[in-house]
Write a protein that binds this ligand. Structure first.
Ligand SMILES: [Zn+2]
Ligand SMILES: [Zn+2]
Length: 376
C-alpha cells in the first residue's frame, strides 16, 4: 500500500496512461477519495487530468478537467457512484484549460458552487496569455522577437482553441474566493503560485492535492515574471499587487518549499501522472524537494551554457534543449522556461542582459545559496 493510504481500489482500469481510470482510495482515518483520469481532447504530454471527489461539508470535486471532456467526467463520476447533481462545490486548483475547461458545464449541470483562489477570480475575465506584459523587460522583448519569427500551424490552432476557452471562462462566477490559510471542515488551502499565479494546493487528512504545483515524473512549467498592464492591475487585490509574489521561478521555488515543509509523510495527489505507462506514481511531498533541485541544476546548466562569452537567448535555449525539436509552441515553452531561469540569475546578480541583447555572466553563483536554503 502506498504510504498515506489505507486502501487503493481500481473501480475501472483505463488505458496505460490512466485515461478513464477510476480509483477509490481511503486515507488512514478512512476518509474516501475518488480519483478520475479525465482524458484531454488535445495531444498533451501530461496525460489525463486527475479529478478528485470527496465529502467534506458537502460533496467536493477538485478540478473538472479539460475543455471538451465534460462527458468523460460525468461518466467517471457515475463509476465512482456519483451523479453530476451530487456535486455541491467545485474547487479549481488553477486557471489552465486542462483543469477548469469543463467548469462552466459542470457548475450549470450540478448547480454547484465554484471556489477558487482570489487571484483566479481577479484574472478570470482575461486571456491568460495577455495578463503578463511580456514587453516589460528586455529579456521578454527578446523572447517575443525570437518567438514571432518561429510561429507554425500548431501555434495558430492553439490560439483558436485558447480563445474558445477564454470566452467560456469569462461567464463564470466565483462563489467563494479563498486564500492561503483558509479552512473548511478538514480541508485547508495553501496558496502556491509560480506555475500559475492563482494556484491552490489543498490538504485533507494526510494528503495534499497539488494541482500542477507538484507532479510525479515531470517538472511543471514555471511562469516568467509579469508586469501587469493597467486594465489588469485595477482588478488585482491590493495584497497581490506585487506581481513577483505570484509569477516567476523564484515565486515557484518558494511555493515548492511551502509544500515540502508539510512533512515527508504527506502523500501527494497530483493533477497529472498519478498513473502512467502501466504503473502508479504515488509520491510524498519530498517530490517538491526534487523539483527544487531540478531547477537548481538547470540554473547551473544555463550559467555553463553562457560560459565565458556573452550568448544569445535562442542559442542558450537550443543548447539546453538540444534533443527537442524546437519550433512554434515548443520553442515558446523552451524559451520561456529559460527566461524564467535567466530572471532568477539576473535577480541574484549572476547574469546580466547586455544592450546588445546578449546574456553575460558576472562571475558569481549567488543563486546557489538560495537553492540550498530551500532544500535544507
Ligand atoms: Zn497548469
Ligand atoms: Zn495541468
Amino acid at each position: 500500500m502506498p504510504s498515506g493510504f489505507a486502501s487503493v481500489d481500481i473501480l475501472r482500469s483505463g488505458d496505460p496512461h490512466g485515461n478513464r481510470m477510476v480509483l477509490r482510495m481511503t486515507t488512514p482515518t478512512e476518509q474516501p477519495i475518488h480519483a478520475i483520469g479525465v482524458p484531454q481532447d488535445w495531444p498533451s504530454r501530461t496525460g489525463p487530468t486527475w479529478c478528485y471527489v470527496f465529502e467534506n461539508e458537502g460533496v467536493t470535486l477538485v478540478d473538472p478537467g479539460a475543455q471538451g471532456s465534460f462527458a468523460e467526467l460525468r461518466d467517471g463520476l457515475r463509476v465512482a457512484g456519483y451523479s453530476v447533481r451530487d456535486i455541491d462545490r467545485v474547487i479549481v486548483t488553477h486557471g489552465h484549460s486542462d483543469h477548469d475547461g469543463s467548469t462552466a458545464e459542470l457548475v450549470d449541470s450540478a448547480d454547484a458552487q465554484l471556489w477558487a483562489h482570489q487571484m483566479y477570480a481577479a484574472l478570470i475575465a482575461y486571456n491568460p496569455w495577455e495578463v503578463q506584459n511580456r514587453d516589460a523587460s528586455p529579456v521578454h522583448a527578446e523572447m517575443n522577437r525570437v518567438v514571432s519569427g518561429n510561429m507554425d500551424r500548431r501555434s495558430h490552432s492553439f490560439a483558436a482553441r485558447n480563445s474558445r476557452y477564454v470566452a467560456a471562462r469569462k461567464g463564470l462566477t466565483v462563489h467563494r474566493e479563498v486564500d492561503d490559510g483558509d479552512r473548511v471542515g478538514d480541508l485547508a488551502f495553501i496558496y502556491a503560485p509560480g506555475h500559475s499565479p492563482d494556484e491552490l494546493c489543498l490538504t485533507l487528512d494526510g494528503v495534499v492535492f497539488t494541482g500542477d504545483h507538484v507532479l510525479p515524473e515531470i517538472t511543471p512549467h514555471p511562469t516568467t515574471k509579469a508586469g501587469y498592464s493597467d486594465h489588469v492591475a485595477q482588478d488585482i487585490p491590493a495584497k497581490f499587487s506585487d506581481s513577483s509574489r505570484s509569477y516567476g521561478l523564484e515565486a515557484y521555488m518558494r511555493s515548492l518549499k511551502t509544500v515540502l515543509d508539510l512533512g515527508e509523510e504527506r502523500a501527494v495527489l497530483p493533477a497529472h501522472r498519478l498513473f502512467n505507462r502501466g504503473r502508479f506514481n504515488f509520491v510524498s511531498v519530498n517530490r517538491a524537494g526534487e523539483v527544487i533541485n531540478h531547477h537548481g541544476r538547470r540554473l547551473d546548466q544555463i550559467l555553463q551554457r553562457i560560459d565565458d562569452r556573452p550568448a544569445g537567448l535562442e542559442e542558450v535555449t537550443r543548447g539546453v534543449f538540444e534533443r527537442r525539436k524546437l519550433s512554434g509552441g515548443n520553442l515558446f515553452m523552451a524559451l520561456s522556461e529559460v527566461v524564467a531561469h535567466v530572471e532568477v540569475l539576473q535577480d541574484f546578480g549572476d547574469v546580466e542582459f547586455t544592450d546588445e541583447a546578449m546574456l553575460r555572466r558576472t562571475g558569481t553563483k549567488k543563486f546557489r545559496s538560495f537553492v540550498q536554503e530551500l532544500v535544507n
